[in-house]
Design a protein. Structure first.
Length: 425
């Protein structure tokens, strides 16, 4: 390998890297567009994120207030007077206890290059409210739905056994008036089945800080990949039930600005993963070319720059094929098919140059390590960097041991200079 040939190989590598960046940008753009189009479509079918607010129970009382009113007298002069008026004021009734049962079942949906974290929710709650001795007879129950775009099956809201089933607007929720007997403790019962996206949460009140007494919420899931969003309270108890968890939040008298929330586990998304693998591809090719150049310096595998051109194209075919297969089939199958095609291209080509045995021994093993294994490390989120680092260090160690005694001055000379030592001097 001469210096001239070395620069030619570097040019081929740089050109292939540019092609990878273009392909990676294309995949990222398709993923972004799929997120916009598919996200709106999934949200319209399943509803958005569910954020359930505790019901508000209140009664209205007339309260006398005084206001300053500016009026004109008979002579036309403005006179300020203090006038007493009666104004309606909402008096919130505290929930004496809350007993809530939630069932979450994950049901991922795929659109294009993305998986969406959809779920079904079964919500049941019983709240106890103490009715004070009032002059006004009416008590209002205001219940807000967790998502205005979702559907709610088997919905029921009852106050002291009296059910309200009429819902006019999901965005406004349900607001109903009742006439309970003063001094008694009455139950407010709510239930529904619905579907949501990404996360489910429960808020104690409309304000940033809420207070609850004798609060119990039990959540049963059919998945174990539990994650809690920022600002969410951790469960007071957590036990395994079948394939999922039973989470319990229990508080005697809690004052908090946080809420209860659970993130549905994410499924491996083909689009973002394929884009990351594609952008990393130049590193894989750089290691592969370095190994082949070192083997050439050792005299075990002499290749021309044109050979490196076709080998780089075979590497590129892996990412190109995978980028368009993930739209159609499972990402693991897409990865396996693309890897097999790329390996067959490289081995069948080098077999004609140096024989199948040497092709398998040198190029095949290097391609499997740097292309297949390095790329597959991206399937394990959080371990990719460590896996690539360990592989890189082991490769560096092997190359240093193999080439420590190579005469690089002679290895990079032209063939004529090697044949005539006096000419080289």
């Amino acid at each position: 390998m001469t210096v001239r040939h070395l620069f030619a190989v570097l040019f081929i590598f740089a050109s292939t890297a540019v092609a990878w960046f273009i392909l990676g940008a294309s995949v990222a753009t398709r993923t972004s567009q799929s997120k916009i189009d598919g996200g709106q479509h999934v949200a319209s079918l399943w509803g958005g994120q569910h954020s359930q607010l505790a019901p508000k129970v209140f009664h209205t009382r007339l309260h006398e207030v005084s206001e300053q009113v500016t009026q004109k007298n008979e002579s036309g002069k403005e006179v300020t007077k203090r006038v007493k008026k009666e104004k309606e004021v909402d008096i919130i009734l505290d929930l004496q206890s809350s007993s809530i049962d939630v069932r979450l079942d994950v049901d991922h949906r795929r659109k294009g290059l993305l998986w969406y974290d959809t779920y079904t929710v079964d919500f049941k709650a019983v709240y106890l409210v103490r009715i004070p001795r009032l002059k006004a007879k009416c008590v209002t129950v205001d219940f807000q739905f967790p998502s205005p775009t979702a559907i709610y099956d088997d919905f029921s809201l009852s106050f002291a056994g009296q059910e309200v089933s009429q819902v006019k607007n999901l965005a406004q929720g349900v607001s109903a008036r009742f006439e309970p007997k003063p001094g008694q403790v009455v139950p407010v019962e709510v239930r529904y089945r619905s579907r949501g996206l990404d996360s489910w949460s429960y808020r104690f009140g409309e304000s940033s800080v809420g207070q609850v007494r004798d609060f119990k919420l039990a959540m049963t899931t059919d998945f174990t990949g539990i994650d809690f969003p920022a600002g969410a309270l951790s469960p007071t108890r957590k036990t395994t039930v079948g394939d999922g968890w039973r989470l319990e939040w229990s508080f005697d008298n809690l004052v908090s600005g946080q809420h209860i929330g659970v993130d549905v586990p994410n499924k491996l998304n083909p689009g973002p993963l394929t884009a990351r693998i594609t952008f990393f591809a130049p590193v894989s090719l750089l290691f592969f070319i370095t190994v082949l150049l070192m083997l050439g310096a050792l005299g075990r595998l002499e290749l021309h720059p044109m050979h490196y051109f076709f080998l780089s194209a075979a590497f590129f075919s892996f990412h190109l094929l995978m980028a368009y297969l993930v739209d159609q089939i499972n990402i693991h199958w897409a990865f396996a098919i693309a890897a097999a095609v790329s390996l067959i291209l490289v081995l069948s080509y080098l077999r004609l140059i140096c024989g199948l045995r040497r092709a398998l021994r040198y190029a095949g093993s290097a391609q499997f390590l740097f292309l297949v294994l390095f790329s597959y490390a991206f399937f394990f989120e959080g371990l990719t960097g460590l896996a690539v680092t360990i592989g890189s260090i082991l490769t560096l160690f092997a190359l240093m041991q193999l080439t420590a005694r190579v005469d690089w001055n002679r290895a990079l000379q032209t063939p004529s200079a090697k044949a005539d030592p006096l000419a080289a001097q």
